[in-house]
Design a protein around this ligand. Structure first.
Ligand code: ATP
Length: 236
């Protein structure tokens, strides 16, 4: 069971890009285990927020703590999966071995088990970049889970996958939750959010517009912007 990085506290997070506030004072506390889905219109700041949490971007102002840790001290307990898989020009198995060299040396079977869990064991010796988009994303997830992260961040990771791959990844996320990993997922897919989310954080114009239990959010969003988004009245 990974150590918890909860609660995650984000206070007055600000980030400017080209003289524009793209994160405009984000205040957010995520306390509960399970799956938090971040929703909101295009350009709202969801990806940038996730990148700040993972330490890929330094905000201009504000603070993030994960449990007792700063972002930089929590990096080895976090993993992130992106919409576009980032894989090495090596075989499928070597992509895992490169990410976990100690495991590859002492417990190579675990790498194969990780591939089996995402139904890729039969492709272990194929070049990773020859895989289909869905297969690449499954490999990215297997790699992300090797280190048993306490926090897993996914940025529209299933956006371009076929329904079977989406469901496989969702089922792996549920297994991971049961093992104690906190998942924060950016998604525009309302079906996915309804299937997975324990809570919804709705971002609009670089701020948190709403944070609610998922059932309450979908039954009756409190803000006009979330209402309009769910009704498909603003672009997402
Ligand atoms: N490097 C950059 N330079 C300038 N502007 C940027 C940069 N990165 C992001 N932005 C802007 O910041 C805003 C928020 O971007 P972000 O990628 O977080 O949006 P998002 O909510 O994830 O949107 P989407 O749903 O379209 O993926 C956007 O208006 C985007 O154009």
């Amino acid at each position: 069971m990974p150590d918890s990085l909860l609660p995650i506290r984000i206070s007055d997070l600000r980030l400017n890009k080209r003289d524009r506030a793209v994160l405009d004072g984000v205040d957010l506390t995520i306390e509960e285990p399970g799956i938090t889905v971040i929703m909101g219109p295009n350009g709202a700041g969801k990806s940038l927020l996730l990148r700040c949490l993972h330490g890929l971007i330094q905000p201009d102002h504000g603070q993030i703590t994960l449990g007792q840790l700063k972002v930089t001290d929590s990096r080895n307990q976090q993993a992130m999966v992106f919409q576009q898989p980032v894989l090495l020009r090596r075989t499928v198995l070597q992509n895992l071995a490169f990410a976990a060299p100690e495991m590859a040396r002492t417990e190579p079977k675990r790498l194969m088990q990780a591939l089996e869990s995402v139904l890729l064991a039969h492709l272990a010796d194929q070049p990773a970049r020859m895989l289909s988009g869905g297969e690449q994303q499954r490999l990215s997830l297997a790699r992300a889970l090797l280190g048993k992260p306490a926090l897993l961040l996914l940025d529209e990771a299933t956006a371009s996958l076929d329904p079977a791959s989406v469901l496989l990844i969702e089922s792996l996320l549920k297994t991971q939750i049961a093992r104690g990993t906190k998942v924060i997922l950016v998604s525009h897919d309302q079906g996915q959010a309804r299937r997975l989310a324990d809570e919804i954080v709705f971002i609009s114009n670089g701020q948190v517009a709403e944070q609610s239990p998922a059932d309450a959010f979908f039954a009756a969003p409190r803000t006009p912007v979330a209402k309009a988004y769910l009704a498909g009245e603003i672009p997402c």
